[in-house]
Design a protein around this ligand. Structure first.
Ligand code: 5GP
Ligand code: MN
Length: 324
């Protein structure tokens, strides 16, 4: 197991494969599913059997990326030659599918998280890539596979969502160059923007309203926190998916440097999403609780009640702001 194999080596493994199974992380985002869908579509166009194995439902706001690729059936691709996980820095990011991943004759990990460690036969981890979708673009180019409109839109979505629509500091010249190249595949960039950003349901507005009622600001307004539990979802008719974007709303508050949003998945299981604006490092905070991610976007899970989780997080956030 090596720290970094080359794109070329990985391209060759995929070109030689007949059957490929792809693994995005749990609670898929635009980059995880966009990367998996793009690779799946391109491999199918090249005459290979490919599918995206998932363990939870595809969130509604990115369902347009799933053009018949996603399945919960591990037998969809029997005895895969290659299993590829995308946007996953550790096996805990696909917990129920781990055993299927390692059934691949060859395993490959393509990722861009700073906290990732190699665990597959071939690992390509580039923390400088703003999105895993950028690496998939480079991989498809190395494989000399054509990028059609559908594949282009999946890659574009991954880059848009992971760069905050080209706003975050992870955005590079290469992000823009790849996005520009994708225009040549005929993508409908304005249509994607409508699907991603101009599609808010009333339930989402209602739950956001409730969440913001519970906003906690501390450290002289440099830290922000809010939370959602199952009861709030029931009261508003919203789903947990409708809370997507809440952590960004907290981070966007004037003066806030780090933000945390806590979601009660079930009693005693709190999923935390964190964001930093400028100098903060939320990956470090997430790692303290056994999670990980990027410097400016990270997460972890706390197994306790909401009030205790809020207290523990607040303490870790205060400590991390002391150095800044
Ligand atoms: P989000 O807050 O959008 O769920 O996640 C932000 C970033 O942190 C994503 O890149 C995601 O992959 C990563 N992340 C979120 N939760 C975890 C976790 O529990 N463990 C690790 N290693 N990464 C996480
Ligand atoms: Mn990503």
């Amino acid at each position: 197991m090596k720290e970094n194999d080359s794109i070329r080596e990985i391209a060759e493994r995929l070109l030689a494969a007949e059957r490929v199974l792809l693994f995005p992380h749990i609670q898929m985002d635009g980059d995880a599913l966009g990367s998996a869908a793009a690779l799946c579509g391109a491999l199918r166009s090249a005459g290979k059997q490919a599918a995206v194995l998932v363990e939870d439902p595809v969130p509604e706001y990115i369902q347009f990326l799933d053009q018949g690729y996603c399945t919960e059936d591990p037998e969809a691709i029997p005895s895969p030659d290659v299993c590829v996980c995308v946007d996953c820095g550790e096996v805990s990011r696909f917990p129920k599918r781990e055993k299927y991943f390692f059934q691949g004759k060859t395993t490959i990990c393509v990722d861009h998280h700073t906290t990732s460690r190699p665990f597959a036969d071939y690992n390509y981890i580039d923390p400088k890539a703003a999105a895993t979708a950028e690496i998939i673009y480079r991989l498809l180019t190395a494989m000399e596979l054509p990028i059609d409109k559908e594949t282009g839109e999946a890659l574009f979505t991954g880059i848009c969502t992971d760069t905050g629509n080209f706003q975050y500091s992870n955005t590079t010249k290469e992000s823009h160059l790849i996005a520009a190249a994708l225009y040549d595949s005929g993508i409908d960039h304005a249509g994607i923007a409508v699907k991603l950003y101009q599609n808010t349901s009333l339930e989402k507005l209602r739950i956001t309203n409730k969440i913001l009622n519970g906003l906690r600001l501390f450290c002289e307004g440099r830290a922000a926190m809010a939370w959602v539990d199952q009861e709030m979802l029931q009261q508003t008719g919203a789903s947990m998916e409708d809370t997507e974007g809440s952590v960004e709303t907290l981070r966007n508050i004037k003066g806030v440097e780090i933000a945390a949003f806590l979601k009660e998945k079930e009693a005693g299981v709190i999923k935390v999403s964190m964001r930093a604006k400028t100098d903060g490092n939320v990956a470090k905070i997430a790692e303290k609780f056994g999670g990980g991610g990027h410097v400016k976007a990270a997460g972890c899970t706390l197994r306790t009640d909401m009030e205790t989780a809020l207290g523990q997080l607040a303490e870790a956030m205060e400590e991390s702001l002391r150095g800044i």
